[in-house]
Design a protein around this ligand. Structure first.
Ligand SMILES: [Zn+2]
Length: 317
């Protein structure tokens, strides 16, 4: 039996291929993995209607984590009666998004409004905590949560399986695939990026022996076990490279002492240049177009990653 799963490109950042949500049709109805952002909600509604589905028919929304490109429209789904399933650390933030929005505004600055829009609160009875390895029932199927921290501490991947197929909805735990390429980019945002925890999570996903890998940023990447294993190996390699590189850069910046000092700021600018050169060269030699490098691996992404690595290095110091 094959599952009926559709990746829907929500047009995140007004770019095609930047982020997906996944509509799963089962024997008892519909479930959705990821919500998109509040800003992409109107486009998602239209896309659902084109498929003959009204958002209120989606009884269960399964979130991989509460970063707003994954969970920003959770409240919109909840307003249409969906149950919202999320890691225990995410529940309070969905019920009262004040802190989550403030932290996201801190990370994303003036980009925030363009990126996300407002997160509506999810009424408490509809925000349901899922712990590691818990199985929930949605659309008449069983979905298993696999805790996969490292990118964030509130991250689950979701496993949907039958006798023939093992589908993993990976959220950000297997990185991002830049559109029209097979280049894997590793998002390491503050405040919870943790390379060794992330590596452990990648191994967990490998051990689950998936056949199909659905990436929020990248869509369906593999549809058989051998290719899924190869893909996960490549993620592991990229994660190692990226973490090692960022660790060296962070250490050089932190040696300059206080955050406000000129020396620190100079080291930060220097690290940005070195990082840009390093990552863009890698992406270009993997065949990523210069347009996609600018769109998906631009200054904004590099800065976020470096801030995540700095935060991680300074809390571990
Ligand atoms: Zn994320």
């Amino acid at each position: 039996m094959t599952f009926h799963i559709q990746a829907i490109d929500v047009g995140y950042l007004n770019l095609s291929g930047a982020a997906n949500v996944f509509l799963v049709e089962g024997p008892t109805g519909f479930a959705m993995v990821e919500s998109g952002t509040a800003a992409t909600w109107p486009a998602l509604e239209t896309q659902l209607e084109q498929r003959g589905v009204h958002p209120t028919q989606i009884m269960d929304l399964l979130l991989t984590h509460i970063h707003l490109d994954h969970a920003g429209a959770a409240g919109h789904f909840a307003a249409g009666n969906s149950r919202v399933w999320v890691h225990p650390f995410g529940v309070a933030h969905l019920v009262d998004p004040t802190k989550l929005l403030a932290s996201s505004r801190r990370v994303h600055g003036e980009m925030f409004d363009r990126l996300y829009g407002d997160l509506w609160p999810t009424p408490e009875p509809q925000a349901l905590a899922v712990v590691d390895d818990q199985i929930i029932s949605a659309a008449g199927f069983s979905f298993r949560a696999i805790e996969t921290v490292g990118h964030a501490r509130h991250h689950h991947a979701w496993l949907l399986q039958n006798a023939d197929e093992r589908h993993i909805f990976a959220g950000d735990a297997l990185g991002i695939v830049v559109p029209d390429s097979d280049f894997i980019s590793i998002p390491t945002p503050p405040p919870e990026f943790d390379p060794s925890a992330w590596m452990h999570s990648v191994r967990r996903l490998r051990d689950a022996s998936p056949t199909h890998l659905w990436l929020t940023h990248g869509g369906l990447q593999c549809s058989d076990a051998a290719n899924a294993r190869k893909f996960i190996d490549r993620v592991q390699e990229r994660l190692e490279q990226e973490s090692a590189f960022l660790q060296v850069q962070s250490a050089a910046i932190l040696r300059q002492g206080r955050h406000e000092s000129d020396a620190y700021q100079q080291a930060l600018s220097q690290a940005m240049l070195v990082y840009k050169d390093w990552l863009h060269t890698k992406a270009a030699s993997a065949g990523v177009s210069s347009r996609h490098i600018a769109q998906f691996l631009g200054e904004y992404f590099l800065r976020m990653n470096l801030q995540g690595a700095l935060r991680q290095a300074s809390t571990n110091a």
